[in-house]
Write a protein that binds this ligand. Structure first.
Ligand SMILES: NC(=O)c1ccc[n+]([C@@H]2O[C@H](COP(=O)([O-])OP(=O)(O)OC[C@H]3O[C@@H](n4cnc5c(N)ncnc54)[C@H](OP(=O)(O)O)[C@@H]3O)[C@@H](O)[C@H]2O)c1
Length: 319
């Protein structure tokens, strides 16, 4: 029997590339067939170099040219990982992906949303919930992943070694390692049945930025301090770097409301342990790893979107 085919959308992004890392051994062993969808030429090239089939996909093309512009990418796909970027267009992009998945008879879809109260009034959290409602009425099998703040975000707040800038005052947000999100997604995509129609809250622990700076001091043996900045600073920086202002205004609101105490993260669950069979990565472990990889040496910057080159592998599409 042919192995199931898994399509990873957003395969060049933070979560998607971590998911490719987890699934590639299964692909090489013939336990599943992995197909990556990517848009930017750098992502496509990097994925091609890993020896997997890459299909060029820009979900925005469906707006101008109809679903047919993206449909081929979903041909022959059994299971789908759906993630979109930090952009208000996530709504239309996700709907197009779900519609194409339905047309292609995909059997199970794993969607990355966000950890939030069901009655949240945070705008981009609501967008994720509306996308999930659309997935639920699609008839597809589904699993929703609801991650807390990514530990990897901490990199964005390091402009110089020893200073950790963030925007939530003295609040204690919940944190999750992107590798754990990928591990949960991989477990579900490999065997969806026990996870069908389920939602998982993915968070390892809650910690203030003061606690994280102290932990970093202990791990690196050098002094670190937390510098609390206004959410407006975050908004100005991100939009100046080219990020979507509508989405970034939503994030600014999250920071403002986290600071003033009108927004708290949902309680920590043991969902990561339950699905993967191993404990969630702690902040200590994450920072130890990040420290050995040189976290703090350079500030991350927003990436420019360049037109995609032709994909690789036997079947590619997109224009
Ligand atoms: N950061 C957090 O703390 C946090 C917490 C909870 C939930 N989330 C959710 O996590 C998601 C972002 O995850 P991430 O950090 O992995 O994002 P990311 O690194 O920015 O990656 C986004 C991916 O989406 C792809 N993409 C963007 N526009 C596309 C389009 N028009 N067509 C096809 N693909 C497109 C990109 O492809 P290319 O690389 O080819 O451009 C990229 O691979 C968001 O939904 C966010 O709400 C984030």
């Amino acid at each position: 029997m042919a192995p199931v085919t898994v399509l990873v959308i957003g395969a060049g992004g933070a979560v998607g590339s971590a998911l490719i890392d987890v699934l590639i051994p299964d692909h090489r062993a013939g336990r599943l067939r992995l197909v990556a969808a990517a848009r930017r030429s750098e992502s496509i090239r990097a994925l091609c170099e890993r020896g997997i089939e890459v299909r060029t996909l820009d979900l925005d093309e469906a707006e101008a040219a109809g679903l047919g512009a993206i449909q081929q990418v979903f041909d022959g796909i059994d299971r789908l990982f759906l993630l979109t970027g930090y952009d208000v267009r996530m709504l239309a992009q996700s709907k197009a992906a779900v519609d194409a998945a339905m047309a292609a008879d995909v059997s199970h879809l794993v969607h990355v949303g966000v950890s939030a109260a069901p009655d949240t009034t945070i705008v981009h959290f609501a967008w994720h919930q509306l996308i999930e409602a659309y997935i639920e009425r699609s008839g597809l099998g589904y699993t929703h992943l609801h991650p807390a703040s990514f530990m990897q975000n901490l990199r964005l707040g390091i402009e110089e070694p020893g200073v950790l800038t963030h925007f939530v005052g003295d609040a204690r947000p919940s944190w999750v390692d992107v590798g754990d999100i990928a591990a949960v997604a991989a477990a579900v995509l490999s065997d969806p049945a026990p996870h069908d129609h389920r939602s998982y809250n993915l968070a390892a622990e809650a910690a203030s930025l003061y606690e994280i700076a102290d932990l970093f001091t202990e791990i690196t043996g050098r002094p670190w301090r937390y510098e609390s900045a206004e959410p407006e600073v975050f908004y100005e920086r991100m939009t100046a770097a080219g990020a979507d202002p509508i989405y970034m205004a939503c994030v600014r609101n999250v920071f403002e409301r986290t600071r003033n105490g009108s927004l708290t993260d949902p309680p920590i669950t043991d969902d990561i342990h339950h699905v993967t069979g191993r404990p969630a990565t702690s902040l200590r472990t994450f920072l130890q790893r990040a420290s050995s990889l040189g976290l703090g040496s350079r500030r991350s910057s927003a990436r420019a979107v360049r037109p995609a080159a032709a994909g690789c592998g036997p079947r590619t599409s997109g224009r």
